[in-house]
Design a protein around this ligand. Structure first.
Ligand SMILES: [Cu+2]
Length: 402
């Protein structure tokens, strides 16, 4: 790589040299004559490289991108994240993120940040090259997994794409830095508080389409100081083939009625608990998030904060539309006024719910019991997407707040 390319911040092209077509970014950049001034820049850059030394330029392999966003100093927290192959769902390869290799799941673990916080996440790719090659749509596409995030701030080194080399080959690790930039009324920064998500952007092709289909995604909540804290949070991802968290029909709900354990496939709460849903759309279809018996305020936090007057300008809704890549959050008080029971949660596009895009929020009484006579039956019409459901027994799909 020439010093000039380094100054331009151009990542090495991962494609073989035989692929002569220019990348879009290069194609879009007109050729400019190398003027005297530009030659001086190159000389200055070479001098700078000599002065600083190769060790001072940790980012040299991918160009001179900053390692962290402005405002993000030493990370407030470090998290280890593992990408792990899970049992197949029929023939479908499943891969999940986990805080440990043993607890990988889809959706992956809920990430929570407070505005102002800087988070370093080291992703360890434990998925074999063989598995990643099987998901590849183009034999020239590199093998790896990545971590791409919505909503918070990151530099090119934490983008999680092949275009700038910010992915993790099999058996390797890479640290991504996320910054929950706070709101600042003086500078006009709108802040990053909200409901977001993270996902792979590399598996199979340049947009991680096969990584998403395999299960490499999870929810992210960025809170602003003073935001209402829920008692528990579930990530609900509406996806391809009319799936909720990549499952359909009965496979979306593995709760045992006697002793339901919260998890990606068992949405359960006690009456009176504040339950938060991080709702994400993946794939190619529009969906709607609808929950029976409950409603919420259509605000940033999904709730009108305690003590603030209800305003007619804030709609109260029980159904919200979701496009691919969209995410939002809602908070409901479980069983509020309606009591314990099995409350349906489904997509309201009728042919989607009919195909199995439907699950349950199980609301127990205050003592954690389902009152007698509240037994529910799964709809017989909805066949599971594929055999098995590959319900990883991890509890990472939900998050209980202490
Ligand atoms: Cu739908």
């Amino acid at each position: 790589m020439s010093a000039w390319r380094l100054v331009e911040g151009t990542a090495p092209d991962p494609r073989p040299a035989s692929d002569a077509a220019p990348r879009p970014a290069e194609a879009a950049r007109p050729e400019r004559p190398r003027t005297g001034a530009r030659r001086m820049l190159v000389v200055a850059a070479v001098a700078l490289l000599t002065l600083v030394g190769a060790g001072g330029l940790a980012a040299a392999g991918t160009g001179m991108f900053a390692e962290k966003p402005d405002g993000c100093g030493k990370p407030d927290r470090n998290i280890q994240l593992y990408a792990v192959e899970l049992p197949r769902d029929g023939t479908q390869i499943r891969i999940g993120y986990g805080l440990t290799p043993q607890t990988a799941s889809y959706p992956g673990p809920l990430m929570e940040m407070m505005e102002g916080e800087c988070l370093a996440i080291t992703l360890h790719n434990q998925v074999s090259a063989e598995t990643l090659a099987a998901l590849r749509t183009d034999p020239a596409h590199p093998l790896g997994v990545s971590l791409h995030v919505h909503g918070v701030k990151y530099t090119q080194l934490s983008d999680g794409t092949v275009q700038n080399g910010s992915y993790v080959p099999p058996g390797e690790s890479r640290t991504y830095t996320w910054y929950a930039q706070p709101r600042n009324n003086k500078t006009g920064s709108q802040g990053t508080a909200g409901y977001w998500w993270y996902h792979d952007h590399v598996v199979g092709g340049p947009h991680g389409t096969q990584g998403l289909s395999a299960g490499l995604f999870g929810g992210l909540v960025v809170r602003r100081p003073g935001d209402p804290k829920p008692d528990r949070t579930y990530t609900v991802v509406f996806g391809d083939r009319q799936s909720i968290n990549l499952r359909r029909g009965e496979a979306t709900d593995t709760c045992t009625e006697a002793n339901p354990q919260p998890g990606p496939t068992c949405l359960v709460a006690r009456k009176g608990e504040r339950v938060e849903f991080v709702v994400v759309g993946i794939g190619n279809d529009m969906h709607t998030f609808h929950l029976h018996g409950h409603s919420w305020a259509d605000t940033r936090t999904g709730v009108v904060p305690n003590g603030q007057p209800f305003a007619d300008s804030v709609p109260v809704i029980d159904n919200k539309t979701l496009g691919p890549g969209d995410s939002f959050g809602v908070q409901v008080v479980a069983g509020d006024a309606v009591g314990p029971g099995h409350w349906m949660l489904h997509c309201h596009m009728q042919f989607h719910s009919d195909a199995g895009m439907s699950t349950m929020l199980h609301v127990l009484d205050e003592n954690g019991n389902m009152p007698p006579g509240m037994g529910h039956q799964h709809p017989a019409a909805a066949p599971p997407a594929t055999a098995g459901g590959a319900a990883a027994p991890a509890t990472d799909g939900q998050h209980q707040h202490s």
